[in-house]
Write a protein that binds this ligand. Structure first.
Ligand code: TA6
Length: 298
């Protein structure tokens, strides 16, 4: 659909508009009571969320790619129908295909309380079946207000069970990674990918001072990110998730990533709302799973 068609069908006066962004990708700008957001229709990816009078809660790399087939580094990439490397070892792309495909706008609405809701959908077609042989209906409900809510809804529209892992792979912007800590994970077991997948137990808050790539399991519904460098605290609330991923590439891995500046690792932390590691979701025909995260200042 062209930007003119999208505008005709889905724009909200003073609340939601469409424009052509970097790489000619279609961007949705949302202005709601309490905050504003930018969403890329390619990848169905929230790229920015700014509560009124505050700065962006999300990190978006200035060196991000905006091109079909490539993932956009930052915001909230949707990893689906698997998180991480191809679970079957068939050489399919890491983190699945939802983050490198165009999504459709299904509905936009200004809610009675002044928040704005956008529903995006990702169609299942011959191309997705060639990568992952299942029939599905995938939608994202994004609600913008003084907080940002994202729900990733999967329905099995086929005749056989399928199993998913997935992530709302949120990149948070922080003032200084060395003055950042994550609370809420004390006592949780985690798979430490930097230690060959050894299972460890978190003790106290999570401080990052080197490359970290961890899948926490048995996670609570609320985590917080204390961002002392910007004198703020971000709350991350989740539903439909029994795990969370914490990732920071640190210096050497960041340097090796062409879509991150060398020192970007200092300004970001991924705290991801997931079904990952042993936290897998199996959906029988007709069943629905909703993975939700809500982020806000607290
Ligand atoms: O969520 C952590 C992770 O899986 C890391 O292992 C790291 O590769 C990161 O995601 C980013 O992956 P990407 O493919 O977007 O560069």
């Amino acid at each position: 659909m062209t930007i003119a068609d999208l505008t005709r069908r889905f724009a909200i006066d003073g609340g939601l508009s469409f424009r052509s962004g970097p790489g000619d990708l279609t961007m949705i700008d949302v202005t709601a009571d309490g905050g504003r957001a930018t969403i890329s229709l390619y990848a169905g990816q929230v790229l920015s969320f700014v509560p009124d009078g505050k700065t962006d809660l999300l990190f978006l790399s200035e060196q991000a790619y905006y091109a079909t087939g490539k993932a956009i580094k930052g915001g909230i990439p949707v990893c689906w129908p698997w998180f991480g490397p191809d679970p079957d070892g068939l050489g399919r792309p890491g983190h699945g295909f939802a983050r490198t495909r165009p999504w459709d706008v299904m509905e936009t609405r200004k809610l009675a309380d002044g928040r704005v809701m956008v529903i995006l959908g990702l169609a299942c077609d011959a191309e997705t079946r060639a990568i992952w042989p299942h029939s599905f209906v995938l939608a994202q409900e994004i609600v913008v207000g003084d907080g940002l809510e994202v729900a990733l809804i999967t329905r099995n529209s086929g005749q056989t069970n399928f199993t998913l892992s997935q992530a709302l792979h949120t990149y948070f912007r922080v003032g200084d990674i060395e003055r950042t800590r994550i609370r809420g994970l004390d006592g949780c077991a985690y798979i430490d990918k930097m230690a060959g997948g050894t299972v460890k137990t978190q003790s106290g808050p999570v401080d990052i001072s080197s490359e970290a790539d961890r899948i926490y399991t048995g996670t609570p519904a609320v985590l917080s990110i204390e961002d002392d460098g910007q004198d703020r605290r971000i709350l991350v609330e989740s539903k439909g998730s029994g795990s969370a991923v914490v990732w920071n590439p640190w210096q050497d891995t960041a340097k090796a990533m062409a879509d991150l500046a060398c020192d970007d690792y200092r300004r970001m932390i991924c705290v991801e709302t997931t079904n990952a590691g042993p936290d897998l979701i199996t959906l029988p025909p007709g069943a629905v799973h909703r993975l939700e995260c809500r982020i806000r200042l607290g």
